[in-house]
Design a protein around this ligand. Sequence first.
Ligand SMILES: Cc1cc2nc3c(=O)[nH]c(=O)nc-3n(C[C@H](O)[C@H](O)[C@H](O)COP(=O)(O)O)c2cc1C
Length: 377
Amino acid sequence: MKKVLEINDLKILAKKKLPKMFYDYVDSGSYTESTYIENETDFNKIKLRQRVGRDISISRLSKKFLEKEYKLPFGFAPCGMGGMLYPDGEILVAKACEKNKIPYILSTMSICSIEQVAENTNEQFWFQLYVMRDKTFVENVIKRAQDAKCYALVLTMDLPILAQRHKDIRNGLSAPPKPSLNSLLQILKKPKWCLKMLSTSNRSFGNILGHVDGVDDLSSIVKWADGQFDPGLSWEYVKWIRKLWKGPLILKGILDEDDIKIANDYDIQGIIISNHGGRQLDGTISSIMALKNVINDVRTNLEVFFDGGIRSGKDIVKALALGANGVFMGRPYLYGLGAMGQPGVEKVIEILVKEVNTTLLLAGETDVNDLDNGNLY
Ligand SMILES: Cc1cc2nc3c(=O)[nH]c(=O)nc-3n(C[C@H](O)[C@H](O)[C@H](O)COP(=O)(O)O)c2cc1C
């Protein structure tokens, strides 16, 4: 097996190990995938300054996110269906994050439930909330996150409707699922994955199953979920969530300067500049260009987080230099998870730590907290 040296090596491994439909679910954007692609390639437009002779013997990578000390300047973004890439996937990701003292945001659409992740870890994770039409579900899930001692609530603003990912539809991974000979063959081609998945009973959406009246199997979940994303999402909704959630509240999926100006008026603690990894509005600006454009418009006491297109330590350093307080990523850890389970996720962290450290030092800095525009051309 080729030595794993960079995130792309784990991507290649994940492709080998996963049924096509689940690999494609991760490695896809909406429609033409132009925004998904530019999220990655636009990092190349930003250049770091190489500085020398600055005594770089000791480095510091730790950061405070929302008043909480973390060991590294990055964390893992909420991603649905992690538990289909590896048995009990979200628990494994949470454990890897706990071990490395980085934040993990659990998705509403995870396979393992909030309670299962909490039972298997000691460190507080964050919880991501999708806007659902079923307000009782929303109230209950917020209460469950509170009971599980989640640290922050991340409200996703960029999915009032679902954009189309062609690959998912072609693979039959849509709502409602379209089981076909093709999808059955994709699964049978990966017998090791099938065997591993038999080791767990977690194969459906754990935060939903058994928590909505009448939703107790996959087909009733799909029926319920289809049509639950709420196109009526407005800023009034943020006010409502604010009343329900006592801890730090973060809005995810803010990209435009006018929305930043609106968000500034709300009682929130942070935003994640994000375009959902290029899975929603195809044709919009890349996350990194958005960060560059809007950072100065953000209210000073709001923490600015970033996600989209991070594939290496240098990308993390660039986003921090542009002004992000912290950086999140989705696909890199999903590739690690699909490739090797928890050791794969830990490998992602190990690779990124080394890359961030080397980039930081060769840019002539020793503390990630000192990075700013002065480190960029
Ligand atoms: C497979 C997959 C599933 C995702 N599921 C969710 C989700 O459930 N909730 C959410 O807010 N964002 C979701 N996202 C978006 C991520 O939180 C994040 O914004 C995105 O992955 C960042 O881009 P990157 O993958 O290039 O790092 C998902 C992304 C991927 C790739």
